[in-house]
Each structure stands twice: as structure tokens, then as C-alpha cells.
Design a protein around this ligand. Sequence first.
Ligand code: NDP
Length: 491
Amino acid sequence: MNNSLPTTIVIFGASGDLTQRKLIPSLFSLYRKDRLPEKFKILGFAGSKYNDESFRQHLREGLDKFASFEFDETKWQAFAKNIHYQSGDYQEPGAFQTFHDFLRKWEDGPANRLFYMAIPPHLFPSVIEKLGATGQTEENAGWRRVVIEKPFGTDLASAKALNEEVHRTLQESQIYRIDHYLGKETVQNILMFRFANTIFEPLWNRNYIDHVQITVAEEVGVGHRAGYYDGVGVLRDMFQNHLMQLLTLTAMEPPASFNANALRNEKVKVLSSIEPIRGEAVAYNTVRGQYKGYCDEPEVAENSTTATFAVVRFLIDNWRWQGVPFYLRSGKNLADKCTQVIIQFKQPPHQMFPIESGTRMTPNALVLFLQPDEGMHLRFEAKVPDTVAKMRSVDMEFHYADEFGPMSIPEAYERLLLDALQGDAALFTRADEVEMAWSLIDPILTNWETDQDPPLALYEPGTWGPDEASALLAKDGRHWMHEEAGHMLET
Ligand code: NDP
């Protein structure tokens, strides 16, 4: 494919929140770093009636609010002159033909095209179908790629249907399904950590690892997203995508190379090794919770049973992980905002040091801290000086900000946009991967929606969820861990 051609980035949903909050700040940041193609144009297409000038002003205001880098007026002026806006209604007959006629004239010659679907999910199929019907996705001279935002389906059936619909117009190689978690440096660092170092690999299995805890906790409630969130809930919003991504990266076998297919094949293998949790097993292996006061939030249905908190215990039935539970936990209105993966190692096989009765030795743990304070901690036991054999847990720590400086971590969308422009799909989800993840979440959702077991447990805002979350681990003789200010706490 011809990468030396000019590139057009077409944003559907250009007047919306995502474009102003993430896409334009990320594209501008890439421009500042000289990473965009030499000749590029950005064309926004949405319903609102902007002209080029007012649209650029709207995007400029977004930079003030959302960009994490210092604004440079000269660079912005140079960047902004490449931005253009077209208004129109996607549903209107002929809108896409008019749009395509304009696009061809504006491009003035062969060009590569990246179409970004920053639109409500129900519009993904029809917009892609119309792009195809008007010949805009045909790869004649330049490449044609389509980025599809999340959520990709609301269950297995709808994800399959959506895959079928987009495959009628596009080859799988043209499709870039976003899960912005994969654009995060710290998430990619799980791969570096595991596969660019040798010291942990021999330990990374059921012989040495007792269990794994993956937590994505939010301190805030549903806020302005209540209308969207109610009826969606935590399993669809967080588990099917972000938590399953963290699980697959933690559990996958080393891919033969760092290319999209090799990487995604290994992720799919992990997902296909997990036995779906169905029927009565759902009550044993899951917890569903809702924070007190959720039903009083604006736009939330009275007596809503939407879960704002969940725990799921997955087992991976393969050689490496047999018998090692992966406890996944996520919720809103919790005690802290954090994303972390805790690898809890086994206790030493023989206890030779005296410990006080009623206490236990603290096992080693490795914490991959994805946010905030991105980094990692390794907890081990050390002798307390001037005692006979007293031990205390201590942490060896690495923090990105200390090592690489506070501005070293770019916005996830920046990396993903660059990869899509360069045709690298490694950090995007493949059709089978997205369906496989749904096939694990779907039976739990079905059970929750049709059965009262496990019951919806209410929890106080600002806590770590309902008591049932601790009880689920206690059944296995374990407890939740949480790393805070350099100390591992039980929660
Ligand atoms: P918004 O509701 O803010 O924006 C929707 C955009 O779609 C607007 O530009 C709107 O144009 C346009 N649009 C909708 N219908 C039509 C139509 N018939 N004709 C023309 N334009 C239309 O949504 P967001 O930006 O928040 O989200 C976009 C996508 O990104 C969604 O799929 C969402 O799930 C996903 N996403 C968003 C995140 C965020 O932070 N916002 C985070 C993660 C994912 P107009 O209003 O001008 O008519």
C-alpha cells in the first residue's frame, strides 16, 4: 500500500465529545512531534452547523480544557489550516454521495483515508455501509482503514451481527476496533515486562503463582454518563473490554513476534481456554453490586438493577494456569481510583522462621500499577534489624514519572491513532477476540438478568464494594489486596 500518498483523516462525529476531548488533542500532539504523515488533512463530518473557522475554534477550546501538553499557537495555526468541516445528516439520502464528491475534489488526487467512527454505536453499521455503497472504502490507489469506537456490541449476538455487517463492506485488515486501554503505555508495558525480561518468566505459572487480582476502580459515580450507563452496567462497560484485555496480556503465552496476528492469536488462545461461567456457577463465581444512591442519580431508572460493581472469578484451563484463579473486580464510587494487576506468589513451602501464632507470612507479590502513579512494586520479606528473626514486608519500586519524567506518558489515543495511520493493528481487537470476550461475559449477564442469584448487593459509596466481594475470596482462603502509597493493604 502506498504510504507516501497524502492522508485524509475523516472524523464522523466531529462535533462530539470524543473528538474535542481526545482525538484532536492526540492528533495535534502527534503533529507537534512530527509524527503525522507529511501531507495530511482532517475532515470533520457531523450534524452541527459549523464552518471551518468556528469548528477550529471549538477544537481549540478543547485543547485548553483537555490537552496535557503546553499549547503552542504557531504550531496550532499550522496544524489547524489542515482541518475542514462539513455538516450533514448521515440518515439523509444522498448525504454520503455529496460527501464523497466533496472529498474527492478536496483531496485533489489519490490519497490514503482513515475513517474514524466517533459516532453513537447504533450508527456504526449504517455509516460503514454507506461509505461502502458510495465507493469510499475501495482500495484503488491508497489504503482505506476504519476505526470503530467502543462499545463493539452489547452482547455476543449483537457483536457477531456487527462483525457480519462491517465485513460486508470491509476486509478484517481494514478494521481497527478501539479499546483505548491497549493504547496505554502501562498496559503495553505488561508485554515488555513479561517478554523483554527473563527473571519472571520461569515463575509465571501455576507452580509459583497463587492467584491474580485485577482491579479497575473508580472513585466517582456515574455522573453525566448515567443515561448511557443505566442498562449497560459494569460488565459491559468495563469487563468485556478493559479487564479482559488486562487478563489476556497477563496470562498469554509469548508470541513469536511483536506483530498484530501473532499477538492477537495468543490473546485469543487465552480467552478460548477459559470455561464460561454458566447457570449455578454464576452465583459462586461472581458478585454484583450497586452503590447506595445510584437509583437517585438523574436519568437512572427508579428501582434500576444495573450493577455498578462486579467481581468475576475466572479459571484458565491450560498448562500454565490450571488451578490459578484470576479475580477481576471493577466498580464505581469505590474507595480509590486505581487500575492494578497483582500477581500473588505462593507461600514458601516450608516455614522455618518463627512467627507469632495467629499470624501468617506475607507472600511475595508483584503489583503492576497502571494508574495512577504508573509503575510497579515487588513485595518481599526483609529481616527487621536488631531482632532475632522478625520479618517485615518491603517494596522494591519503579515509577514511570521518577524514571522518565512526568510528561513521558502520552494519551492512549495518540498511540492508537498513530498505529492506525501506520497500519499496525496489534493494539486493536480482532473480530474473533471481541466475540470470544463476549462469549465469556454473556452467560453471566444472562444469568444476572434472569436469576436472583447472586442477589444485587448494595454498598456504601467510598468503600471497596459489598461484603460479598470479600466473601468470594474468603471462600478460597484469600483476600483482596490494594497498593496505596507504597504499602500493600488488605481491603
Ligand atoms: P457525542 O454524542 O458527543 O457525539 C456524537 C457525534 O455524532 C456528534 O458529532 C453528532 O453530531 C454525530 N451524529 C450523531 N448522529 C448523526 C447524524 N445522524 N448525522 C450527523 N451526525 C450525527 O458522542 P461521543 O463523542 O461522546 O462518543 C462518540 C463515540 O465514541 C461513541 O461510540 C462512544 O461510545 C465512543 N466513546 C466516547 C468516549 C468519550 O470520552 N466521549 C470514550 C470512549 C468511547 P451533531 O451532534 O453535531 O449532530
